[in-house]
Design a protein around this ligand. Structure first.
Ligand code: B12
Ligand code: SF4
Ligand code: SF4
Length: 402
């Protein structure tokens, strides 16, 4: 098998492809794995399109319980997502790829520094979607040229259940926190998929190695797991700070702490991370300004400076208003009265989403008397009903406390 690859390694261009096209399916799979590694993928496995029958039922139960919240795109065409053949009837094999993005420091450390914003590890560098998609396309082109098959590539955004497919392809298992855990890379693998019309030999599915551990369930700040292996996305900080478009429900605001984009807690505590390795992809490495960004500076971003700071970053997707909403929740949780001036300025922001979050931040930082005086003037000028409700809610809580 390896010999087949080694035997053609010195060939180039059409001669190489001609030689590869004569390979057996097993040798072609080996050659594919070498090609994937050369492109920067850290693991690769193959499964069959009918390998995730159980996931379909779980997915339907997830949707029926409403756990997807506002993510309507997740509920659209569930039959497509539940079975790769629903998405593309011609698919014969699913190639799953993983790219390690392990960090050089624990994402839990910054949670103690309340003046800084914690951006989850996956979003501290360039957007992985762009990077992985480009590489998947290169690998897929190689496969087409080598075998004449047809292909489709996916990363994250299509109706593909990447985690169960990756488990079926032997890349790891879905832990109790529902993400894929790898014995080699712990919690830190991005996933991508290539669907092909080619029949490739299948890998054995990985088994569950969680055992009696439940560290990820215990650490979750918002109790987002109704049971092991089940997530209520509506309670997850990743959903609340990235997917949710409106005001963040009051019940979660304190628990969010200084997490301003995503959350890594359940991933970070997994004992399998003792085998994790630092990612080797420079473009995904943390940018210094995103590793430990000052809340005061982030609260001053306008549309233009937000877009400039988050060029190529996945954070850009949520836009300035939602991002500053998150920053204000973190400011409210900072316990640092000197940050109140940032929130005061934003009480007159153009965005009602930002104004509402600023009101809450001030309700956490100002003395009751100062808050009431500010409310008396600002509330009468407020025309937006949701922001008015924030003032009233904050006022009644403060009033009750004073
Ligand atoms: C929607 C989505 C989210 C939503 C919902 C997450 C979720 N768990 O469903 C939100 C916004 C919350 C989210 C958050 C995050 N996400 Co996300 N997300 C997705 C997306 C687009 C779809 C996931 C999906 O299909 N959800 C639907 C549910 C029903 O499916 P499931 O999670 O597989 O649920 C299974 C279990 O519940 C299980 N099950 C249910 N009941 C039972 C009972 C028993 C007994 C058993 C054994 C199993 C079981 O069966 C279900 C089906 O397999 C995928 C990309 C993709 N296309 O797959 C990325 C993806 C899962 N996300 C990813 C990442 C990195 C994250 C975050 C870590 C980001 C962050 N740092 O903030 C967090 C992690 C939060 C968490 N604990 O899951 C990566 C995960 C990589 C990996 N190694 O697993 C993915 C694969 C993107 C990628 N291409 O790399 N995400
Ligand atoms: S990402 Fe954070 S909030 Fe979401 S389930 Fe994990 S620990 Fe809980
Ligand atoms: S923390 Fe424990 S229970 Fe959670 S995924 Fe890791 S091994 Fe499984």
């Amino acid at each position: 098998m390896a010999g087949g690859r080694a035997g053609v390694a010195h060939l180039r261009g059409p001669r190489l492809l001609n030689a590869l096209s004569k390979l057996s399916a097993a040798d072609l799979k080996d050659a594919l794995a070498s090609e994937a590694r050369a492109l920067g993928f850290d693991c690769v496995g193959v499964t069959s399109p009918d390998a995730i029958a159980d996931a379909a039922g779980h997915f339907r139960a997830f949707l029926d319980s409403g756990a997807h919240g506002e993510m309507d795109w997740l509920a659209a065409n569930p039959e497509r997502r539940a079975d790769p053949r629903g998405l593309w009837p011609a698919v014969r094999s699913v190639i799953m790829l993983g790219l390690n993005y392990g960090s050089d420091e624990s994402p839990l450390t910054i949670l103690e520094s309340r003046g800084l914003g914690a951006i989850s590890v996956y979003a501290q560098g360039d957007d992985y979607h762009d990077l992985i998609k480009k590489r998947l396309k290169t690998l897929a082109r190689w496969l087409v040229a080598t075998s004449g098959c047809e292909v489709k590539v996916f990363v994250d955004t299509a109706a593909v259940m990447e985690k169960p497919l990756a488990q079926a392809a032997g890349l790891g298992w879905q832990g109790k926190h529902t993400n894929l855990v790898s014995r080699e890379f712990g919690s830190w693998l991005f996933l991508g998929a290539i669907f092909t019309t080619l029949d490739l030999p299948r890998d054995a599915a990985d088994a569950d190695h969680c055992g009696s551990c439940q560290a990820c369930l215990d650490i979750c700040p918002t109790s987002a797991f109704p049971a092991p292996y089940k997530l209520d996305a509506r309670r997850c900080i990743s959903y609340l700070t990235i997917e949710s478009k409106g005001p963040i429900p009051h019940e979660f605001r304190k628990a969010i702490g200084n997490r301003i984009y995503g959350c890594d807690d359940c991933l970070a505590v997994c004992p399998w991370n003792k085998f994790a390795q630092e990612g080797r992809e420079a473009k995904l490495a943390a940018r210094e300004d995103l590793r430990a960004a000052s809340l005061a500076e982030l609260a001053r971003l306008d549309d233009a400076t937000f877009r400039a700071q988050f060029t190529k970053s996945p954070v850009k997707r949520i836009g300035r208003d939602r991002f500053v909403r998150n920053v204000l929740i973190a400011i409210g949780n900072s316990g640092d009265g000197t940050l109140a001036c940032e929130a005061k300025r934003l009480v007159t922001d153009d965005s009602p989403l930002v104004r509402g979050a600023a009101v809450w931040a001030l309700s956490q930082l100002l003395e009751p008397k100062e808050f009431s005086e500010l409310a008396a003037t600002a509330m009468s000028a407020e025309r937006d009903e949701t922001v008015g409700a924030e003032w009233r809610a904050a006022g009644s809580v403060r009033g009750a406390a004073s």
